[in-house]
Design a protein around this ligand. Structure first.
Ligand code: M6R
Length: 601
């Protein structure tokens, strides 16, 4: 859950400023501390501290550091609280080796004890520091820095993306990857490594995603990769990234989240334009031939998966939704005739990857729905369908949710078509979706801002719906909770009477999602129950519906079919959460305790 970066240039430059910019891009991955290490005129300059990148960089004068080779890190604490000592990079006793790391070295305690017995002195509580001392130990035994690095990699277990500089080989940045994402950016006369693609886009569009078990180094002249001691050819593995560097910037919006909400019409158009009917038909065939279908995902991606799972019931097909981190409970059930749909925007969420692996180990097939080309999930799955949302930097998922719903709707249509069902209405809804989402933003941004005043003064909120509206309610509640820090829960509206309603009193915000027309009548009874308790009644309703009279605040969205509605009815709820967070002075792009991609279990 940290961001790492490394660069090897052919001549001296203002490397500190380059590293700072890379960290600003990576900050969404963790932001409790930041640091850099630069090989500068034969010595190693390390600067690091607790705080956000901009503050640490200013306090420690990152921009004044010159050099040719360097690494950088932005941290989300796992082992050891946020402190200057625990911030990366970590160094060996002599201060000649600097290591940045994303992941967890599981056997660090045993390695630390072994190294301490040999006289190594540790200055942090982190698992990462052992790696610098391990390399130092092997260099003391006479190995070259590269050989020491390889040997150190062979000793560690767990999840890691590592980048290392060593004064002994000052032109190189060593790297290794297992389970944590790491991408090499191939430049002309320089090379970079980074935890994600947007960060390499400042330097090059040529991306080489590393695979688990690979390690090597970059130098200004090239890239070298090995696996199990054998050189790996990189020919054919370098891909042109279709995103521009500007796409990854805020583009004039105060926050990435707002920019990404507004990018939804375009993200949806790209996703829909990129749909490949043949591939959708093949995936649909896999599903129809399966004995059982599972839908795996975490957080927002799980909710997008629920839209598909609920949508399948209209074809009388039953799929099983599984929260990815809970896969172990179902492991014994997975069978070779089954197919799992694994939904993950990043394709790097460890829970989803592990769940998909468990499915595959039992001989079943995995269809990945992801936004990141060549991500771990994409590479390890039997079949991949890509959303084309572009990079999402805000920690809160917005455009990746709506594009996931669009792609899963397209898959739903393909399944229907294979079953000989008339899918023309759903098809035309999907075509209209980008425009409808644009309209949903235009119609509701002003009211979301106004309502945020009331919601900001509440401590709790309920989001109620039924049927295909439930994933929207779940996603709406998650947005409010994660960025505004207001306790928000979603319930099937009928279930609210089995306990949750006990909390409702005057002005308690209750948001009703009317995106599934089949649920309207019953949902109206639930509105009446909440009105009787003086709740603050809010609704996301089909535009022009008489429902507007029954609620205090309404967000209107042009109506389509209930699956596609899941992608458009969520938009006002994204805006409400965003403006409530801003009203409360929270930073919606960097909610506390969260990281964009969860890479540890
Ligand atoms: O990258 P993924 O889609 O696998 O991420 C899964 C969740 O961590 C993610 O959807 C999370 O719930 C959202 N960022 C919340 O807005």
């Amino acid at each position: 859950m940290c961001g790492i970066f490394g660069i090897a240039l052919s001549s001296d430059a203002a490397l500190g400023a380059i590293l700072r910019r890379a960290l600003e891009r990576l900050e969404y991955r963790g932001y409790d501390s930041a640091g850099i290490a630069v090989v500068s005129s034969g010595s190693l300059v390390v600067r690091k501290d607790v705080g956000k990148v901009a503050d640490v960089a200013r306090r420690h004068g990152f921009d004044s550091v010159r050099g040719r080779t360097g690494v950088a890190h932005t941290r989300w604490a796992t082992h050891g609280k946020p402190s200057q000592a625990n911030a990366h990079p970590h160094t060996d006793c002599a201060g000649r080796i600097a290591v940045v790391h994303n992941g967890i070295i599981e056997n660090y305690e045993e390695l630390k004890a072994e190294l301490a017995a040999k006289g190594h002195v540790f200055t942090s509580e982190t698992d990462t520091e052992v790696f610098a001392h391990l390399m130092e130990e092997y260099e003391r035994e006479g190995l070259s820095p590269w050989d020491a690095f390889r040997k150190a990699v062979s000793r560690i277990r767990g999840a890691y993306a590592l980048a290392v500089v060593d004064l002994g080989e000052p032109d190189k940045v060593f790297f290794a990857r297992n389970l944590s994402p790491l991408i090499v950016g191939v430049g002309d006369g320089y090379n970079v490594v980074a935890s994600d693609i947007p960060t390499i886009l400042d330097h090059t569009k040529n991306a080489l995603p590393l695979r688990d078990g690979e390690y090597g180094y970059i130098s200004p002249a090239g890239v070298y990769i090995e696996r199990d001691g054998v050189a790996v050819s990189i020919s054919g593995r370098v891909q042109q990234v279709p995103w521009s560097a500007e796409q990854a910037l805020r583009g004039g919006y105060p926050h990435f989240m707002l920019k990404e909400i507004h990018e939804q019409p375009e993200a949806l158009s790209s996703t829909i334009a990129g749909l490949e009917p043949r591939r959708l038909a093949e995936a649909a065939e896999m599903l129809l031939n399966a004995r059982r279908i599972y839908v795996l995902g975490a957080g927002t991606s799980y909710y997008a998966g629920l839209v598909f799972q609920l949508g399948l019931t209209s074809y009388k097909l039953l799929a099983y939704p599984i929260i990815a981190s809970e896969y172990a409970t179902y492991e014994g059930v997975f069978d070779s005739d089954d197919v799992a749909i694994a939904v993950s925007q990043s394709g790097e969420t460890i829970d989803t990857i592990k769940a998909a692996r468990a499915v595959k180990e039992r001989g079943a097939k995995v269809i990945a729905i992801t936004n990141v080309v060549a991500s771990t999930l994409a590479r390890e799955s039997d079949y991949v369908l890509y959303t084309r949302a572009g990079p999402e930097i805000g920690v809160a998922a917005t455009k990746t949710f709506t594009t996931q719903v669009a792609l899963l709707t397209a898959l739903h249509i393909a399944v229907g078509r294979a079953l000989g069902i008339d899918v023309s209405a759903e098809e035309s809804s999907l075509k209209r979706l980008p425009d409808v989402v644009r309209r949903a933003i235009e119609l509701n941004e002003g009211s979301a801002k106004a309502l945020a005043e009331d919601v900001a003064s509440s401590k709790n909120a309920y989001y109620l719906s039924r049927g295909l509206g439930m994933p929207v309610a779940l996603e709406g509640a998650l947005k409010l909770k994660e960025i505004a820090y207001i306790h928000a829960e979603a319930y099937p509206a009928g279930e609210s009477k089995h306990g949750p309603i006990a909390l409702v009193e005057e002005k308690f915000p209750v948001v009703f999602v009317f995106s599934d027309p089949s649920a309207k009548e019953k949902l109206l009874n639930n509105v009446a129950e909440m009105r009787a308790r003086d709740a603050l009644l809010i609704g996301v309703v089909p535009k022009g519906d008489d429902l507007t009279k029954k609620l205090k605040y309404v967000f209107e969205v042009p109506n389509m079919d209930p699956m596609t509605n899941a992608a458009s009815f969520v938009v006002p709820l994204q805006l409400l959460a965003y403006y409530t967070a801003v009203r409360l002075g929270r930073d919606p792009d960097k909610p506390r305790n969260l990281a964009k991609t969860v890479t540890v279990e």
